[in-house]
Write a protein that binds this ligand. Sequence first.
Ligand SMILES: *[C@@H]1O[C@H](CO)[C@@H](O)[C@H](O)[C@H]1NC(C)=O
Ligand SMILES: *[C@@H]1O[C@H](CO)[C@@H](O)[C@H](O)[C@H]1NC(C)=O
Ligand SMILES: *[C@@H]1O[C@H](CO)[C@@H](O)[C@H](O)[C@H]1NC(C)=O
Length: 371
Amino acid sequence: MLPLLAPLLLASLHLSNALPNPQATTEDTLIILDKGVGHRSTPVPRWRTSLRRLSPRGTNATILTQFEAATNATQRSEPINAYALTYSASTSTLFSATGQGIIRTATDGSDATLILQEDSSEAGLDKITSVHVAEKEQKIYYGTQYQGLIKKADLDGSNVEIVLNVSQGLNLGFASPSYKPAKFYAGGIVVDEETGWLYWSAARGDKDGSIRRAALKGTDGGEEQHQVLASGINMPGQVRIVGGSLYWVERGRWSNSPTAIKYLDRALLALPATGTSAALATGTLVHASQSALFFEKDYTGERQTLGIQSFVVDRREREMRVWFVVESSGRTMFGKLVRVGWRGGGRGPVFEVLNEDTREVGVPVGLEFLR
Ligand SMILES: *[C@@H]1O[C@H](CO)[C@@H](O)[C@H](O)[C@H]1NC(C)=O
Ligand SMILES: *[C@@H]1O[C@H](CO)[C@@H](O)[C@H](O)[C@H]1NC(C)=O
Ligand SMILES: *[C@@H]1O[C@H](CO)[C@@H](O)[C@H](O)[C@H]1NC(C)=O
C-alpha cells in the first residue's frame, strides 16, 4: 500500500537532503514534441510542428526537425499538430503521433518517415492519441480517438492489428447518423512485457476518465474483462510504469481545471489478476495547487491553468529525477519545462522551472529522456 516513487525519492534524497544532483552526462538529452502554433498568438508567432532537443538543465534548445504537411505550399506552412511522443531505446528511434499519422525519426530528428495513418472512413484521418513501443515484441502500440481502438504494428508501420476495443460504446448523439465516435479513447498506453498486461488511460471529458488494464495473452475478452484501476480522472493522458507502479498525467480540462501527476498506491505485481474493478487508492506526485508555475495570464489578462502533458523519470542507482512539460494553448501559447525534486521528511515537491521561453520549449505534448 506504499506509494513507490515518492518513498524512493524521499529515501534517496534523505541521503543528500537536497534537490537531486543536476549533474548529467553531456549525452543526456530531453526531447520535446511541439504541436506547433496555427494561429496568431501573442507574443508567440505561428510555427510548424517540431521535435526539439534540450539539455537536462533546460538549456541549449534546438529544433531538430519540423514536420510539413505533404500537400500544397499553403498547407505546408501550417502546423500538422501532434498528440504524443515515444522513444524506443532498442532501436534509438523516436515516434511522433501527429495530425498526419505516426512519424518515425532518428534521435537527431533526421530520416523522418510517415510510417502509418489511421483512416476511419467516417471521420477522415483518425487522431492517434497515444503511442508506446514494446521493445521485446518490437511492435508499436497506439490508440485512436475516433474509433476508440488500441492497435499495434511493426516498427515500420506494417502489419497493423487491433489489440483492444476500448471505446466503451459509440456516441450516437450526433446529428449526422454516420458520425459515431468512440465514447472513450486511450489517452496513454504502456505495455508491461514482463507480466503481459496492457495499461491505458480511458479519456473523454470531465471527471469520467479512468485507468484500466487488460491481459495481453489470449483474445480480447471484451470490455467486461478490462480491469478498472482508478476512476474519476479529469482528462487522463500519458501513463508510465515507474519502479513497479503506474503513474499517469491528469491533464485537466480546458484551461481552468487542476492538472496533476498521480500514481496507483499499489505495486502492479500486487494487483489481483481478476475482478474488473480494483478501486485502488491513488496518490498525488505533483499537483497544480503546489506552485504558481501552473498559472499564467493571457494577453487579455485572463488566468490560464497550464496542463501537464508529459513527464519522464530518470533512475540511476538511488537517484531519481522527474521532469515534466506544461502548456496552455488559448489566445496565448505557453510552454514550460520543469524539474521536480523532493525534500526529505515528507514535505512537498520542489519545482524548478528550467525553461519557460515558449519559443524554445514549443507547445509541448510529449517529453522523452535519452541517455
Ligand atoms: C550548450 O551551449 C553552450 C554555449 O553555446 C556550450 O558551451 C555547451 O557545450 C552546450 N552544452 C551542450 C550540452 O550542448
Ligand atoms: C491547398 O490545400 C487547401 C486545402 O486542401 C486548399 O483549400 C487550397 O486551395 C490548396 N491550394 C492550392 C494552391 O492548391
Ligand atoms: C468497438 O466496440 C463498440 C461497442 O462497444 C462497437 O460498436 C464498435 O463497432 C467496435 N469497433 C470495432 C472496430 O470493432
